[in-house]
Design a protein around this ligand. Structure first.
Ligand code: G6Q
Length: 544
């Protein structure tokens, strides 16, 4: 049970923000910039190699002060300490939340369940490193003696999205002789396409599942086992072609995987916060242990910053508070995450789970229905592609969609003018969103009167631009930790629990009931609602 807190909207800090919003809501970004020549400097944080420019958000220094006051009054400082020191802050599941321990150095001490977990973390990391090195060196042989060349990660949700995202993000650091595939969906197409051109004798399956009971992953893993045995015709092959990433040793060995080939983690690592745990094995094989350690170090740097920096200069706290401002005061229901870096193409999808599964909640920790909005909808695509598609709505539509632009000064590939043009585009988009184009400007350009309304850009569309040096493993670690902690910040403000996900349970239970009805030979006695009954009957008839 959680302690009862003063309801958010009754807090004096919240009321102060409401009054402040009423006072500044009609001030355009053009006016805010004109009034303060130093605005771009004042409303930017330069920390950990991230230049975080939020001067194009619709706020003033007073807003930041009031938001920081709200964070203090909400107990964010104490909550952060509670998370980092292993308090059971995931109250509905009775668990500590210690993904920060996964990236802490060997010398750190973090207690959970009465023991220091840091030695355990490093023990698994070393085991992963030994294995990754062998695979990378071609020393991990398949059953027929051929070296492993293909790595297929089978997992879903938190056991998939992080690994895929990190592999794509750091592809330029990956060992190119190895092929990586990711299978998640229960739809057989996912498995069939992933292995279509692979030789079973050269393929290693990583079965990634915290619980080792997830329907999709277990079904795909069983299919992978059949696929392997059909070609290699010997059960002993499983030991060379399957490894497991899990917290459930009993289920791993029941499946037929030797627990010597299992890489463990713990109940205090949430699925969507697990990419730095053993769940990152595919990442480590791809980029190598040294780069994996650099990624951990980057995340750790952000952890330390989050724990220590005053909120107004604290990147994750600030990012979380900007979300609160845009969501709860400006009424922006969604946020577009727009990486101007092709390698980050899966980053928005990864963030969707991290943010929306965490803060998509409608009751507070002490069980009251909230009377304010919680998580925004996160979505996005890499620039510049999005510019030729949905940006129209962001520029001239009726919805307010704040944007997070992510950009890097050094390109991964130095090709002619590409990078300067890419950067010109990201700067231009943020500029156009903020300042728009007025009817007067159009008139001066000689635009015909009747066309002016169509060509006018209102502007005043908020965005943050994050400019980093280069997309390295360390930079990726920092970005992931940045968003993770911004989610926690918001959870604390909204008084909700970001670390459970009861909302995904009901569908799972119902699917478990319906599957046997689809598979039964004789027509089942259906007792669902009329629509579901009709769909099941129609499917059964079509399937024959
Ligand atoms: C994440 C969720 C969920 C989970 C998957 C896979 O926070 O808990 O996405 O990661 O359902 O679960 P397993 O790893 O147990 O297979």
């Amino acid at each position: 049970m959680a302690e009862n807190k003063i309801p958010l909207k009754e807090m004096k800090e919240w009321k102060a923000l409401e009054a402040h919003y009423a006072a500044i809501k009609n001030t355009h970004l053009r006016e805010l910039f004109a009034a303060d020549p130093k605005r771009a400097e004042t409303l930017a944080v330069d920390a950990l190699g991230i230049y975080f420019d939020y001067s194009k958000q619709r706020l003033t220094t007073e807003t930041i002060k009031l938001l920081a006051d709200l964070a203090e009054a909400s107990g964010l400082r104490k909550a952060i300490e509670g998370m980092f020191t292993g308090e059971k802050i995931n109250i509905t599941e009775g668990r500590a939340v210690l993904h920060t321990a996964l990236r802490a150095p060997r010398t750190a001490k973090v207690m959970a369940g009465g023991e220091n977990v840091i030695p355990l973390v490093h023990e698994v990391l070393e085991k992963m490193e030994g294995f990754a090195d062998k695979v990378r060196a071609g020393q991990w042989k398949g059953h027929t003696g051929k070296a492993i060349k293909n790595i297929v990660n089978i997992g879903i949700g938190g056991s998939d999205l992080g690994p895929v995202m990190a592999y794509e993000a750091l592809k330029n650091y990956s060992q190119r002789g190895l092929t990586f595939r990711f299978v998640s969906n229960i739809d057989g197409t996912d498995f069939a396409e992933a292995v279509a051109d692979l030789d079973p004798a050269e393929t290693l399956f990583i079965v990634a599942s915290k619980t080792f009971t997830t329907q999709e992953t277990m079904t795909n893993a069983a299919t992978a086992r059949d696929w392997t045995l059909a070609a290699l015709k010997d059960k002993a092959a499983i030991a060379r072609h399957f490894v497991a990433l899990s917290t459930n040793a009993a289920k791993v060995s029941e499946f037929g995987i030797d627990t010597a080939n299992m890489f463990g983690f713990w109940d205090w690592v949430g699925g969507r916060y697990s990419m730095f745990s053993a769940i990152g094995l595919s990442t480590m094989i791809a980029i190598g242990p040294d780069n994996f350690r650099k990624m951990l170090a980057g995340a750790h740097e952000m952890d330390e910053h989050y724990r220590a920096a005053p909120f107004a200069g604290n990147l994750p706290a600030l990012m979380g508070l900007l979300g609160v401002w845009n969501n709860n005061f400006l009424g922006a229901a969604s946020i577009a995450v727009l990486p101007y870096e092709q390698y980050l193409k899966r980053f928005p999808a990864y963030l969707q789970q991290m943010t929306m599964e965490s803060n998509g909640k409608r009751v507070t920790l002490d069980g009251r229905a909230v009377d304010y909005q919680t998580s925004q909808v996160y979505w996005g695509e890499p620039g510049t592609n999005g510019q030729h598609s949905f940006y129209q709505l962001i520029h001239q539509g009726t919805k307010l969609i704040p944007c997070d632009f992510l950009a890097f000064s050094s390109p991964a590939h130095k090709l002619g003018r590409h990078h300067d043009l890419l950067m010109a585009n990201v700067f231009a988009q943020a500029q156009a969103l903020a300042f728009g184009k007025t009817a007067e400007e159009l008139k001066k350009e000689g635009v015909k009167d009747w066309l002016i309304p169509h060509k006018t850009f209102e502007g005043n569309r908020p965005s943050t631009t994050m400019l980093l040096e280069e997309l390295t493993p360390a930079a990726l670690g920092k970005l992931v930790a940045l968003y993770e902690h911004s989610v926690f910040t918001q959870g604390v403000i909204w008084q909700i629990g970001p670390f459970d996900q009861w909302g995904v349970e009901l569908g799972k239970v119902l699917a478990g009931r319906i599957a046997p009805e689809l598979e039964a030979a004789a027509a089942p006695d259906l007792k669902h609602d009329a629509s579901t009954n009709a769909l099941i009957r129609r499917y059964r008839a079509a399937r024959g």
